[in-house]
Design a protein around this ligand. Sequence first.
Ligand SMILES: Nc1ncnc2c1ncn2[C@@H]1O[C@H](COP(=O)(O)OP(=O)(O)OP(=O)(O)O)[C@@H](O)[C@H]1O
Ligand SMILES: [Mg+2]
Length: 303
Amino acid sequence: MKPVVDIRGLTKRFGERIVLRDLDLQVPPGVCFGVLGPNGAGKTTALRAMLGLTPVSDGTIHIFGQPMPAAGRTVRARCGVVPQADNLDPDFTVIENLRVYARYFGLSRIDVESRIQALLGFVELTDRADSPIATLSGGMKRRLTIARALINQPELIILDEPTTGLDPQVRRMIWARLRALREEGRTLLLTTHYMDEAERLCDQLVIVDHGRVLEHGSPRDLIHRHVEPEVLEVRGAAERTAAVLVDIPGARIEQIGDIHYCYTRDARSLLATLEQHRDLTFLHRPSNLEDVFLKLTGHELRD
Ligand SMILES: Nc1ncnc2c1ncn2[C@@H]1O[C@H](COP(=O)(O)OP(=O)(O)OP(=O)(O)O)[C@@H](O)[C@H]1O
Ligand SMILES: [Mg+2]
């Protein structure tokens, strides 16, 4: 099936600085597709370029088979966008924000009113319809921004960190709504720094760094491909921990800060050893997408 988003060789420079380097990305229809990457990796820039909101230096972008930015208006009419930073209009109430946005799409007032009521229900803001934006919590603003992105019944929904800074209840509520949209057959493209969120929501994802795609696959494939299934996080004085762990066969050990991460296919001998060293504390867990992310993007801080 033809991809909904098809990006080839996308390069973007801000002055001397190369922010996207020969980036390729294909998003098939009807999937939830994740773009992961450290701060400054180029995620927001790529999404903005896709929507024709920032000029590109090289490469091609097609959305729904149409070239961007040339087909900007028609393509954007079929997309919903949740930007990284909230840009709700503070001078308007909740319902007015939805009405004003609907007008951009030339939707008639009569069509829109019933849709707005349905969307307010969808994000559980019906009783806040007449509240000014300033009186909303962060979670309510995010839910409203998601409702706003759905006003034109988009086929492709682009969400830039939809749940950053939200509490566990709101995150779960948003996940359920995003899954419902995917079940309806819409295509979702999202960025997130929450690896658990990506693991739960995304059918496929890419990990980008320094403007390049490092890896592509389903969360489970990526974990299987890059890390051993079990991890022991061992905490204690670094030299003491290193001395205890030195003789463990079959374990790949990485140190980040004061923690030694021991990746292994079979944790039994490691657990037996650690039982004899009660001065070390440890956490035994299955490996996850965050382990893959750290392995591929390294431990250095960005930005
Ligand atoms: N208008 C701009 N002018 C100059 N540099 C910019 C501009 N916008 C972004 N950048 C730079 O481009 C790089 C990528 O930024 P971008 O916002 O795309 O990253 P990101 O992956 O979305 O990061 P985050 O996870 O922090 O949101 C950063 O180094 C940033 O400083
Ligand atoms: Mg960003």
